[in-house]
Design a binder for this molecule. Structure first.
Ligand SMILES: [Zn+2]
Length: 294
């Protein structure tokens, strides 16, 4: 599931090709993507003819600012990935295989175009496609004020990498907060964009056990946690985040340097065997030797 770094990398990749382009049409074989407006026809009216003015990220949402103060919001959810490419619509193809096939002349990303279910046609003939095996992504469009006012956006906690989230502000978030560290870090209303993978990586870097109670932490530990959070997320963005494969199928980016996540039974960077436990229904990977519970 894409987390802050994955979405940030996607936004940075799309910013150049999308800036200044006009959306001339939108097409899908899965109209359930449209959450606002819910009807495909109304959604088309909302985006069609508008120019893309800017593209940003908030938590795990991609925010595409359109002309006349409209906002196109995409949440990629579990398996979605927005990408540029060239696909040809093939109505004869079976639903399962996907009705978009990579165009013969296309220079698509290595994994691009296998599960394309939504395509925005741009005025220069390029396409912005949503590859989405599980089809859980969602898209919304409307006046910027209305979209930013949606409860799911308003409830979001601060951005972990924002310059406004200074250490004193970070520490203040924990006032009167209770619960285990892993669960608190993954709460989007507490802090935005951190999920299962990066919470494990951050807690290993900070040498804090996932079940540590936040009410037991003191300023020195908050300082280490703050620094670890920013270091891990920045490093992941710099490396291209996770979920990308080289043309030969080998791991790329942050997948190659994972410290503990998904590595149960393997060794941590200091040679101890990584363990996995359940924390509120999710898996937490950690080093039982270095990450002590407080
Ligand atoms: Zn260790």
């Amino acid at each position: 599931m894409p987390e802050l770094p994955e979405v940030e990398v996607t936004v940075r990749e799309l910013r150049g090709p999308l800036a200044g382009r006009r959306i001339v049409d939108v097409r899908t074989d899965w109209p359930k993507y449209f959450h606002l407006p819910k009807s495909e026809e109304e959604f088309r009216i909302c985006v069609k003819g508008r120019r893309i003015e800017a593209i940003h990220r908030r938590a795990k949402y991609i925010l595409i600012h359109l002309s006349r103060s409209h906002l196109l919001l995409v949440h990629q959810k579990i398996s979605g990935r927005l990408q540029m490419g060239k696909w040809a619509w093939n109505p004869a193809a079976s639903q399962g295989a996907g009705r978009w096939q990579p165009a013969a002349s296309a220079d698509n990303a290595p994994q691009g175009g296998r599960f394309i279910h939504l395509v925005f046609e741009l005025d220069n003939g390029e396409q912005l496609g949503l590859s989405d095996l599980r089809k859980f992504a969602k898209v919304m469009c409307g006046p910027e004020r209305d979209i930013l006012d949606l409860p799911e956006l308003r409830v979001l906690g601060p951005e972990p990498l924002s310059p406004r989230l200074t250490f004193p502000n970070f520490e203040r978030l924990f006032h009167r907060k209770r619960g285990n560290l892993k669960e608190v870090l993954m709460d989007p209303a507490f802090i935005a964009g951190i999920g299962n993978l990066y919470s494990d990586e951050i807690l290993y870097t900070a040498l804090l056990h996932p079940l540590t109670r936040v009410e037991h932490l003191q300023t020195p530990q908050f300082r280490i946690l703050y620094r670890s959070m920013r270091t891990v997320l920045r490093k992941a963005i710099r490396l291209g985040a996770t979920g990308r494969r080289a043309p030969d199928g080998s791991r790329q980016g942050y997948d190659r340097v994972l410290l503990v996540y998904g590595r149960e039974g393997e060794c941590c960077p200091h040679g101890h065997v990584i363990e996995r436990i359940k924390v509120s229904g999710r898996s937490a990977h950690f080093c039982p030797v270095e990450q002590l519970r407080m």
